[in-house]
Write a new protein. Structure first.
Length: 277
């Protein structure tokens, strides 16, 4: 793997944690998340328009509709999880649960023969997801949101992995973000929220949106430079960063921090083992 590919993967991981921290800083406001998606959609559409033609084969539209629907669930559930849980407890559990769902489902649906290292990684992730929940560090209400987020991650990973072979990633991301924003904006109270939130919080929502889009785009560029396995393995540093970002940036409580660190590190190590080829 080249230094550039490694740098892109690590930058993608850092941006992913940071935009989640911004959502958490809004206390899981649905209006914040809706504006985040709108800002991400604007950045994605401008980038796609500047870099290539818009061509979507007929066979790709059902996949676009599916990813929009699943992402609508994903962002709504993520907001709910952060209303009741911390970054340190929600983020690693949600990312880990997504892998727990994706790997076995891909093996079942596509007949993939996964290596032993992948199953060992899945086992480590399972332990990492379970640790904070078993210790009580993950609130039951946040846990329900985490379950929905993890399920959505598993579903959209399968849909997106097939869709990007049919349509340009830049165009696909644009449609994905725009569609999800249209799903969430009605009823989110975004207009009223903007009026009372102040410029700083609106700017944070916009930054979160651009960060969400940029994180995914950097990952796609890393895939062009290096095999997917090592890239995904490097990106697994993200769950390990969550407790530190939560403590230093969001001043999250130290309660049960040992369990949270243990869970986050197990998820990171398991994700790296599962992704490496």
């Amino acid at each position: 793997m080249t230094a550039l590919a490694a740098g892109l993967a690590l930058a993608s991981a850092l941006l992913h944690v940071l935009w989640n921290a911004l959502v958490r800083s809004s206390e899981g406001s649905l209006a914040f998340v809706a504006l985040q998606l709108a800002a991400g959609a604007a950045a994605a559409v401008m980038f796609a328009a500047a870099t290539g033609p818009w061509a979507v084969p007929a066979g790709a539209w059902p996949l676009v509709a599916a990813t929009v629907a699943v992402h609508g669930v994903y962002f709504r559930a993520l907001a709910a999880a952060y209303r009741h849980g911390t970054l340190a407890s929600v983020y690693p559990a949600a990312r880990g649960l997504g892998l727990l769902i994706t790997a076995p489902l891909a093996a079942w649906l596509f007949g993939q023969q996964l290596p032993l290292a992948t199953w060992m990684g899945v086992a480590l992730v399972a332990a990492g997801v379970t640790a904070p929940a078993a210790s009580g560090a993950l609130d039951v209400r946040a846990g329900r949101g985490v379950l929905a987020v993890g399920g959505a991650v598993g579903l959209y990973s399968l849909v997106d992995s097939h869709a990007v072979s049919l349509v340009s990633p830049g165009v696909y991301i644009s449609l994905q973000f725009a569609g999800a924003a249209l799903l969430l904006l009605p009823g989110s109270g975004a207009i009223a929220w903007v009026r009372g939130a102040g410029l700083r919080r609106v700017a944070a929502a916009a930054a979160a949106g651009v960060g969400t889009w940029a994180s995914y785009l950097l990952l796609l560029y890393a895939f062009q430079l290096a095999p997917a396995g090592p890239v995904l393995a490097l990106r697994q540093v993200a769950p390990a960063l969550a407790p530190a970002v939560g403590a230093r940036w969001l001043a999250e409580s130290a309660a049960r921090r040992r369990w949270l660190w243990c869970g986050a590190l197990l998820v990171a190590a398991g994700g790296a083992a599962a992704a490496w080829r």
